[in-house]
Design a protein around this ligand. Structure first.
Ligand SMILES: Nc1nc2c(c(=O)[nH]1)N[C@H]1C(S)=C(S)[C@@H](COP(=O)(O)O)O[C@H]1N2
Ligand SMILES: [Mo]
Length: 202
């Protein structure tokens, strides 16, 4: 077989594989677009904490050093933005949300992630536990860049990427599912890319 058709077969195989990994209405990009609703915050690491809160009370809080000292995981995941780009095989390192919530006694059903800059997003507890969500502080083997949410962001790759809150500073435990920033503006409360839950009513 000629090198040309071998190259073609290789291309076909990869696009077939990608097709099964790309949710409906999405296209694959190799860029890493920046989508931020406001300016990039620059909180000094000595002032940074990640907190689990409930009813206005801090139940547990980790400094930057304490966060780095927690067991870390390397994660490879596909991410899907509601503006229709998907990025395959993104590589992250961070702390599983399980590791954080294991240190807190609670029976909450939802969390509202909160961030420097005021962004929030709501998630069911079921979707941030069971090895599905991380507080990520490395991307592609280096520190997470400020534009992409550094020093640390939430990573919840099985939901649309707006749920992966950048500059995350904590999770507020909730009994009820209350909309966050984009959800208040009509984005879907849950945001499953495979069911195209882009906007309320999808
Ligand atoms: N704090 C904060 N987190 C955020 C956003 C934001 O505006 N502020 N945008 C969300 C949206 S809509 C997307 S698609 C991703 C974009 O992440 P990126 O800029 O690293 O691509 O971050 C999400 N997390
Ligand atoms: Mo987005």
């Amino acid at each position: 077989m000629s090198p040309v058709s071998r190259g073609f077969r290789h291309f076909r195989r990869r696009s077939d594989e990608e097709a099964g990994r790309v949710p409906p209405g999405q296209y694959v990009t190799r860029d890493f677009p920046v989508l931020s609703a406001g300016p990039t915050p620059h909180t000094p690491l000595e002032d940074w904490t990640f907190s689990i809160t409930q009813g206005g009370e801090v139940k547990k809080s980790w400094s930057w050093r304490e966060t780095l000292a927690l067991p870390a995981e390397t994660v490879t995941a596909d991410v899907h933005c509601v503006t229709r780009w998907s990025k395959l095989d993104t590589q992250w390192r961070g702390v599983s949300v399980d590791t954080l919530l294991d240190q807190v006694d609670h029976d909450a059903l939802y969390v509202l992630a909160f961030c420097d800059g005021g962004y929030t997003t709501n998630l069911p507890i079921e979707d941030v536990t069971g090895g599905q969500a991380w507080v990520a502080y490395e991307y592609d083997g280096g520190p997470l860049e400020p534009e992409h949410g550094g020093p640390a962001r939430l990573l919840v790759p099985h939901l649309y990427f707006w749920k992966s809150a950048k500059w995350a500073r904590g999770l507020d435990l909730r009994d009820a599912d209350e909309p966050g920033f984009w959800e208040t503006y009509g984005y879907h409360m849950y945001g499953d890319p495979w069911r195209e839950q882009r906007y309320a009513g999808d």
